[in-house]
Write a protein that binds this ligand. Structure first.
Ligand SMILES: [Zn+2]
Length: 475
């Protein structure tokens, strides 16, 4: 993969002169002159909760000479994210802005702020333009961000109302997570599957079925999911589970046709790991999201004059900072590699210990060593646990064993899980200011036909407006 990544970078550096933010006065290569026209293959990648620090923290997982594909795109910009009625936005209001070009209120899915009007989404405009449409997400397919492209609802929590609108959307491909609307105690009810089948969709699960899917037919494809319908975190995933990149690659295969397509892909759990202040899991999620972008770039290289790829985020989450007060100017983000599972999965283990009362503090410290590297000085001397740190962990352990929860002010989960995650983050030189979103502007990266529009600093509503403009979609 490394070789492919570097080769890709060289090709992209060559492409820099075709669409960068600073081409004024440069002699443009011949390929640019041939490239006039409108993009008919549109990719829209949304990293939920992904601020610039989240992009940078992927360094913890990448090899020294690797960079993220998204950061090699020749055009970059920045977007403000506020909602109509709140400075710090949420995924529904931000998703609506990204999908429709209009501001709305917190919690609203593709409707105006007072819910008197449905707002047409770029996915619907693309469908009405004769293009095929695909919606892919690593969280449940009726979650706020994907919903903003195919549904209209007063509130994101109206999962049943949202999910049935998949069936009436006429879109060609839904891929990734299951539907939260159709889950009871984490198990699928199957009602939505019937509704989708009655509307002409093939409902499929897993590798083999997705590989056999045939272009021209409609699909809802999903994979092993957690209790909320989301795919597992990249850090926790089984080796043969379908990934966001797999759903993207197959989406491209199913959607590709002469009339063009629109494909939205959301990396939804970057946000979830950030709510949990779980930096290692964030780093793995960002790389996983980036590998989906690599699939689009491969398609771009086959159709450079007809393809537009836009990568952005709906908002920042966690107030992630690549510096921590106790470390002064020191940082060691590579320490994050010593974490072997998400804080969420570890919290599940701690919940079992609490219930069974069968794990002592020293056993808990053994687990801290295995799953977070903490105390494993053979791995790295920086992972040593001081007596103060052990004392703080003992207090957290006792609190967890008595069923206490830290709430969501800083991180999420039981005190021991939060303390271990935080301790590793701090040793790595990473800080968080909140367990919620922030108003920090988000990055925008673009390549391809019309990409130059995305230079500069603008509002999140402008991203959708720019796509509508360059693709000549009818609002
Ligand atoms: Zn969030």
């Amino acid at each position: 993969m490394l070789g492919g990544r570097l080769t890709g970078i060289l090709v992209l550096i060559t492409m820099f002169f075709t669409a960068s933010c600073s081409t004024a006065g440069r002699v443009q290569p011949e390929s640019v002159k041939q490239a006039a026209g409108i993009p008919k293959y549109i990719f829209y990648f949304i990293g939920d909760g992904m601020g610039m620090a989240h992009v940078k923290i992927a360094d913890a997982v990448l090899e020294d000479d690797q960079v993220l594909w998204m950061t090699t795109l020749p055009v970059s910009g920045m977007a403000s994210t506020h909602a109509e009625n709140r400075y710090i936005t949420g995924s529904a209001a931000a998703g609506t802005a990204l999908a429709t070009g209009r501001k709305t209120t917190i919690g609203t899915i593709a409707k105006n702020g007072n819910h008197s009007e449905n707002l047409k989404t770029i996915a619907e405009m693309s469908r009405d333009n004769g293009m095929r449409v695909g919606i892919v997400s690593s969280v449940s397919i009726d979650h706020a961000t994907p919903a903003c492209f195919y549904a209209h609802a007063d509130n994101r929590s109206m999962y049943s109302d949202i999910a049935v609108q998949m069936a009436s959307s006429g879109f060609d491909y839904f891929g990734g997570g299951y539907a939260r609307a159709d889950l009871e105690d984490g198990k699928p009810l199957g009602k939505l599957i019937t509704i989708m089948q009655d509307s002409g969709y093939n409902v499929i699960r897993g590798w083999e079925a997705l590989g056999k899917a045939v272009p021209g037919q409609k699909y809802w494809a999903f994979e092993n999911f957690d209790g909320s319908g989301a795919l597992e975190y990249a850090i926790d995933r089984a080796p043969d589970d379908l990934t966001l990149a797999d759903f993207t690659r197959n989406g491209i295969r199913l959607l590709d046709n002469d009339q063009g397509f629109f494909l939205m892909v959301e990396g939804g759990k970057i946000d979830w790991a950030s709510h949990a202040n779980d930096a290692a899991t964030v780093a793995h999620e960002v790389v996983d999201f980036d590998l989906a972008i690599a699939e689009a770039l491969e398609f771009y290289h086959e159709h450079p004059a007809e393809t537009l790829i836009v990568v952005t985020a709906d908002h920042e989450c966690g107030g992630l900072a690549l510096g921590y007060a106790d470390k002064a100017y020191e940082s060691d983000i590579g320490l994050l590699l010593s974490q072997k599972l998400s804080a969420q999965v570890f919290a599940g283990k701690v919940a079992q210990w609490t219930e069974r009362k069968n794990v002592s503090f020293s056993m808990a410290l053994d687990s801290a060593k295995v799953y977070f590297g903490l105390g494993n000085v053979q791995l790295d001397s920086a992972l040593v646990l001081t007596s103060e740190e052990k004392m703080a962990l003992r207090q957290a352990y006792t609190a967890s064993m008595t069923g206490q929860n830290v709430g969501q002010k800083y991180g999420e989960g039981d005190p021991l899980t939060v303390s271990l995650t935080k301790l590793l983050n701090h040793k790595a030189g990473i800080g968080w200011t909140t367990g919620k979103h922030t108003a920090l502007p988000v990055p925008v990266f673009a390549i391809g036909q019309g990409a130059r529009e995305f230079c500069g600093i603008y509002d999140n509503t402008d991203i959708a407006k720019k796509i509508i403009k360059v693709a000549e979609l009818q609002p």
